[in-house]
Design a protein around this ligand. Structure first.
Ligand SMILES: *Cc1c(COP(=O)(O)O)cnc(C)c1O
Length: 394
């Protein structure tokens, strides 16, 4: 007899060809509401002065929403251009046939990467003199020129040239045959805070740098400074373009900015119940028995876990919506599964859909709810959902 290890598994033809379960509501998934996304883009665009451009920030796979589809929907509804963080993210969009301008917010330094930026017609951020020289020299070897975006550091202390040295960077880039200045920009460190002190300081520094540049006879073709928070909180930061990420996805950068615009959440996280059982009083639930049934308790097992992006630190603190009711999650969240306490739900069966983030009836659970419990920000929650969860676009 052959041990099971040695047996050949013979897949039927139909199994080999039907891979639709990879993008189906099979176990756990993310639903992306493209109507909500379109609404948010139009709402944001309507909030801007007519000549102000909207750059849709879709780095990190559009904050977990799926970069290609989000890009197409945003562009079709009024976004003027796109921003991503890495070369690979830009190439993915070009390979999908997207032809709009694409700004790379992150740093590109290596010669091979510079060549790829040019080949894929992406637009780099130039944050210092060495980078400007490297780009110019490499572009010369391939006989290409590129629009480039110069980054000033006005107080974030991340990428960019110190705002007081803007003129030397601009003077250098202006004299380089293969670099065409497309814009000058900077980034806020505290635009989501209600205290505007540092935001105003950065804004002033940006204006001072631009004023200084103008005295040298240089007229910047485009200026941009605002992320979602600054877009919502201060119109004087809009300049020629705003770079909006979070708000596209229907979330607010801070609670005090909620009243500005009516944005709709785009992403929902759902999973199916896989088993329902009743455990006796005193029985423990999950690893480490972090939940002990206080009485006979009905438990629903759900096919989603921390390997999908549900943080284990939410164990015993999470809620879910099942059959239009909020129910508590109990015990440690495991890699692929978690448990809910569903005592009062009658006739609950495997296959029932659970909403972990999303809306049902008048109930809603947002990425902000998770972020608040974890002492982090909604950006991190959205980016934390893994590719194991198929994105389903509605
Ligand atoms: C991510 C990012 C944005 C978008 O930020 P949101 O707060 O999500 O709107 C804008 N500008 C830069 C430079 C960024 O890195």
């Amino acid at each position: 007899m052959v041990g099971w290890q040695q047996q050949q598994i013979n897949l039927g033809q139909e199994h080999q060809e039907d891979l639709s379960f990879l993008v189906s509501r099979q176990r756990a998934w993310i639903e992306i509401d493209l109507t909500a996304l379109a609404h948010n883009v139009k709402t944001l665009k309507g909030y801007l002065a007519p000549q102000t451009k909207l750059m849709a920030v879709i780095k990190a796979d559009a904050y977990g929403h799926g970069a290609v589809t989000v890009a197409q929907t945003a562009l079709a509804n009024g976004a003027n251009c796109l921003a991503i963080a890495t070369l690979a993210e830009g190439v993915e969009l070009r390979q999908a046939g997207i032809t709009s301008p694409i700004l790379i917010l992150g740093a590109i330094n290596a010669v091979e990467d510079i060549k790829a930026v040019a080949a894929w017609k992406l637009e780099p951020t130039i944050g210092n003199l060495e980078q400007a020289l490297a780009f110019d020299a490499t572009l010369a070897t391939v006989g290409k020129s590129l629009p480039v975006h110069l980054k000033l550091d006005t107080g974030m202390s991340r990428l960019g040239t110190n705002w007081q040295e803007a003129t030397s960077l601009v003077q250098l880039v202006r004299t380089r045959a293969n670099l065409k200045i497309a814009s000058i920009y900077s980034h806020f460190s505290t635009a989501d805070e209600s205290d505007r002190t540092i935001m105003n300081l950065q804004h002033q520094r940006f204006n001072q740098a631009i004023a200084q540049l103008k005295t040298t006879g240089f007229v910047p073709p485009q200026l941009h400074l605002a992320n979602s928070a600054a877009t919502l909180s201060d119109r004087s930061c809009h300049y020629d373009m705003v770079r909006v990420g979070l708000a596209l996805y229907g979330l607010y950068p801070a609670t005090h900015l909620h009243q500005e615009l009516d944005l709709w959440p785009v992403l929902q996280v759902k999973a199916k119940i896989t088993q329902v059982k009743t455990i006796p009083a005193g029985e423990g639930v999950s690893y480490g028995r972090k939940f002990i049934a206080p009485r006979d308790t009905k438990v629903a097992v759900v096919g989603i876990g921390y390997a999908d992006g549900v943080p284990r630190n939410l164990s015993n603190r999470l809620q879910a919506i099942v059959c239009g009711q909020l129910v508590p999650q109990i015990g440690s969240i495991t890699m692929d599964q978690l448990m809910l306490q569903v005592d009062h739900l009658q006739d609950l069966k495997p296959g029932e859909v659970v909403t972990l983030i999303g809306q049902q009836n008048n109930l809603s659970i947002t990425a902000d709810d998770w972020a608040n419990k974890l002492n982090t920000i909604s950006w991190e929650i959205l980016c934390g959902f893994k590719h194991r969860l198929p994105r389903i676009f509605n």
